[in-house]
Design a protein around this ligand. Sequence first.
Ligand code: NCD
Length: 342
Amino acid sequence: MVDTWQHRHILSLSNFTPTDYDTVIRTAVSFRDVLSRRTKKVPTLQGRVVTNLFFEPSTRTRSSFELAAKRLSADVLNFAPGSSSLTKGETILDTAKTYLAMGADLMVIRHKAAGVPHVIATELDRLQSGVGVLNAGDGQHEHPSQALLDLFTLCQVLNPDHPHIDSLQGKKIALVGDIIHSRVARSNLWSLTACGAEVHLAGPGTLLPPGFAQAFQRSPVDPPGLTRRIVQHATLEPALVDADFVMTLRLQQERMTQHLLPSLREYHQQFGLTHDRLKICKPEVKVLHPAPVNRGIELSSALMDDPARSLIAQQVASGIAVRMSLLYLIGTRGRDAVLLDE
Ligand code: NCD
């Protein structure tokens, strides 16, 4: 399966093919099996160095990448901007080159500005370093590992024993809320539509401008038969009707430079998810949220805490197996690696 893998870095899902998603999901299934054992560790990346460069706050993504790297037996370096030489004026590229000089093999990068992981990857390529870069969220641009763990979560719900991307064909997935500021929404638009789901976007006009979906209708790597299906709505109800899944997004107030909403209460009334509102969805509908959650705003506390509806905990759990897959696929590219035991 790994023979088909072409990516040296994972910076965006706009250049992922259905085959790439299939490879990630299959690999994640293998690692899910590892994580269900008593000894949840394999020697796959033994002796390699994974550096977490998080220039922006993070709880789950950073911890999840760290644990995934440790489960693969890599050595992990964690960088914290507040206590680093950045405060003395060092540039981000020089920080990356410092870790390169220490022998980093993989760099996981989060930054509040779109494009930073790409700039670092380009410089590392220019230096012929062989280091692989994983984008862990760059500004409003993309968050590939989040969308891939969302994809794995959906595939596991639809087919627990044999999670597979084909199970998404024809499923209706509503993406709700602060879409304009969301790198999670952008990455999910690429992945879900490539796997055959029909994505319905819903949000207030200030957070979902008309024509937003246009940019996601086609990627240059799409196979000829692939039609990406995206529908935009100005209200919530049409997106929810008969939906199989509803993914709601955090109101990213740190990215709002002006008042884009009349009030949080009004937002919750119009776009907040509750048990009652989900009655027009498919009876077995499930809810996703990348977290952190503003409780009572994007969704009610009761819905968030309802294990029959909320997949939030499964999303976090899926993150470990998926990030193990990504580190494995990038970290062993071109090498004769053993996936599980030696
Ligand atoms: C997301 C992010 O940072 O983009 N969170 C995450 O990685 N789990 C979404 C968000 O912050 O709302």
